[in-house]
Ligand binder design. Structure first.
Ligand code: GDP
Length: 457
């Protein structure tokens, strides 16, 4: 790790400023060769900024006027000596400064290498590093909030707490084995059993929190369905208007699938549609019953929209049939038209789903739709309490594995098998949890995780 690394840390393109970042032993030597501060003092103090010119040392050509921030080990992002050169934004300037750093002894950083060093040098653990990637990639405020919690170490703390409980059990067991006169085996077993059951509940809660965590991270997979002219496009347009930031348009892996993320009132919605969301109808005839079924089956939420101003027909009933067993919200659209149809209302009530009367065109009732979604997915609770949510599938899998060993431990006691076997299971459980924080994790996994970072982070 002697290499001193460098990368452009700001996104490419023209901007007000660009940041070129260096980390490693030779950072200050390299900067010294290419940077001429206006204030000639040679002193380097951490958390200070110097103003001056980046020059090409071969011909003294001025490349840019910059600010350089200094971080002295160990008080930096990576715990190594670091500098951040704030140049003018713009591809040419940033690239020239990068080139100068490379020519003067730095090596190009790999994606995520700064954060990887922070991890390998022990400043943050693996789950915190993963929190950083998630924060950068956040699509909604809720996701960003969860990521910052993880970055601040909330998950690590919880895992440590559980590991401590596990350790306590093994210590007790060892005392019983080494000093049988000290503690009766039954008493130890009794206590261990209680404690293991407690740990099992904690792990199960964490595992279950992934249901919500996944929604925060990936969005609620939502499909809007209704027969032609029910008002799907109008609804979508109204929703899009309220989305202050459409965060990403991602062309899905299947050729003709479009996934669009909306962030409405803090609700992360991921709209799915096989035919293109904005310009086609999700009508059953158009995309076929089988495809509609699949669409509905894959969704976390179905929004079924009906025109309340006309009588229901077979198409409407096909839709009712499709959503029978799904998490669904029924919208009765066009309430602004006076001829509301009471018979329709009666028929739809039998489905036992939340029914909301709206006017997509006049923008009436949409707030009710949003609060219903929040209620359905318990999103209100997420923003109000500080429960720890697992948002990362890797973490969830480790927790499931750890829990399996805990259950084996419980079984061992209940079957009155020798007490030292329990310690083996507990140790295995601890190893599984250790992979979350990275105390005990293979190099492959580490490389895989950091490869997901962007350059310069
Ligand atoms: P889609 O075929 O399901 O996408 O339906 P559209 O959104 O294209 O709407 C069909 C027709 O119904 C259009 O003429 C819309 O202006 C009209 N429409 C949609 N929503 C409403 C509503 O809430 N009230 C009224 N009066 N008309 C609506």
């Amino acid at each position: 790790m002697e290499k001193t690394i460098v990368a452009i840390s700001t996104a490419s393109g023209n901007g007000g400023i660009g940041i070129i970042r260096l980390s490693g032993k030779q950072t200050f030597d390299i900067v010294n060769k290419i940077f001429v501060p206006k204030n000639k003092s040679k002193e380097i103090k951490g958390y200070t900024i110097k103003y001056g010119n980046i020059i090409n040392p071969n011909n003294n050509e001025i490349i840019d006027e910059v600010l350089v921030s200094y971080f002295v080990a160990p008080k930096s992002y990576t715990t190594e000596n670091m500098c951040e050169i704030n140049s003018h934004g713009g591809t040419v300037v940033e690239k020239r400064i990068l080139e100068l750093c490379l020519q003067n002894g730095a090596e190009l950083a790999e994606p995520g290498e700064f954060t990887k060093r922070a991890f390998l040098n022990g400043r943050i653990d693996l789950s915190q590093a993963e929190g950083i990637i998630d924060l950068i990639n956040s699509k909604t405020e809720m996701e960003a909030k969860e990521s910052i919690n993880q970055l601040e170490g909330s998950l690590s703390k919880k895992i440590k707490e559980i590991e401590k409980k596990m350790l306590d059990i093994t210590v007790n067991i060892e005392v019983t084995i080494d000093y049988p006169e000290y503690d009766a085996e039954e008493v130890t077993n009794e206590e261990a059993l209680k404690s293991l059951k407690n740990i099992h509940i904690m792990l199960k809660n964490l595992e279950n929190s992934f249901n919500k965590g996944k929604i925060i991270k990936d969005g609620i997979k939502t499909v809007i369905i209704g027969k032609p002219n029910a008002g799907k496009s109008s609804l979508l347009n109204t929703m899009l208007k309220e989305d202050r930031a459409i965060v990403s348009d991602i062309a899905g892996t299947t050729r003709d699938t479009i996934e669009e993320y909306l962030n409405i009132d803090g609700i992360p919605l991921k709209l799915i549609d096989t035919a293109g969301i904005r310009d086609t109808d999700n009508t059953i005839e158009k995309i076929g019953v089988e495809k509609s079924k699949k669409l509905v089956k894959d969704a976390d939420l179905v929004i079924a929209i009906f025109d309340i101003s006309t009588n229901f027909d077979d198409d409407d009933r096909k839709i009712m049939n499709l959503i029978k067993d799904k998490k669904a919200i029924i919208l009765l659209n066009k309430v602004d038209i006076l001829s509301e149809n009471k018979e329709n209302e009666e028929e739809i009530k039998e489905l036992n789903k939340p029914i909301i009367k709206i006017s997509a065109k006049e923008e009436i009732g949409l707030d009710l739709l949003y609060s219903e979604i929040k209620k359905m997915f318990e999103l209100n609770e997420i923003s109000s309490n500080n429960e720890i949510l697992i948002t990362n599938e890797r973490h969830k899998n480790q927790i499931i594995k750890a829990d399996k060993h805990i259950l084996e431990g419980i079984e061992t006691i209940e079957k009155h098998l020798p007490v030292d076997i329990i310690s083996i299971y507990i140790n295995q459980a601890m190893e599984e949890l250790g992979e979350i924080t990275g105390e005990n994790v293979s190099e492959n996994i580490i490389n895989e995780i950091f490869a997901r970072f962007c350059l310069g982070k």
